[in-house]
Design a protein around this ligand. Sequence first.
Ligand code: MF3
Ligand code: CO
Length: 262
Amino acid sequence: MIRLKNEKQINGIRESCKLLSAMYRELIPLVKPGVQTIEIDQWVQKWIKKMEAKPVFLGYCPGGKRHDKVPYPAAICISINEEVIHGIPSKRRIKEGDLVSLDCGINLGGFISDQAVSIEAGKVSDEIKKLNRITNECLYKGIEAAKCGDRLLQISRAVEKHAKAEGYGIVEEFCGHGVGFALHEDPHVPNYPHGANPKMSNGWVIAIEPMINLGTGKVETLEDEWTIITADGKISAHWEHTIAFFGGKTEILTDPLEDLVF
Ligand code: MF3
Ligand code: CO
């Protein structure tokens, strides 16, 4: 069931999104070679607390607590190189040439936001630079296709087309989603045309999040039960915005962060 949001609720979600992007504006310059990923998580937890918001990923259990999967133990996901998503912050240090994907969500006054960026640590290879640029473009191609009255899988087609043109692998096992009242709501927003294809309409709030790989789109899960890696060990990039449909228009609720990355 797709939960529609009214104007007031979209205003609340927008505030949550703006706060999350403001956090990234301060955080991104700190993500550099030598930094431990756990230090980033500690910084994020403090920042969110100071703003009187809550981290939504910390303690998150997909499908609720009755499932036996361990709750996600941090406020932010930090996925380096062949790690696609859900990397757990640790004592690992970022090094020159790494592609570091950050994914975070906050709860501000009951409204949930979700945004991801991939950051180039120091100087990265041209191959990684291009992957990151194209993945970011995939996100905006998807957003351009997100229009009231059109079908949802238009987004998926647009993302897929742009990634495929470069021969990149598209992660099929994970996708974007409805967001706003909870972190993961209906509908699924896949990065290739697959599954339900409802008409996009006013009141929708969704997260679009292409996960694009230099090699295969196939992925595996590490023993920590969270970290998703590429099956061939090649690099993966991830970008995400939360967007809303209102008054016949599509609005990107999270702020662009490209100027800090490219
Ligand atoms: N941010 C991810 C998404 O975009 C979900 C993170 S799951 C968590 O859907 F456990 F880390 F919270
Ligand atoms: Co998301």
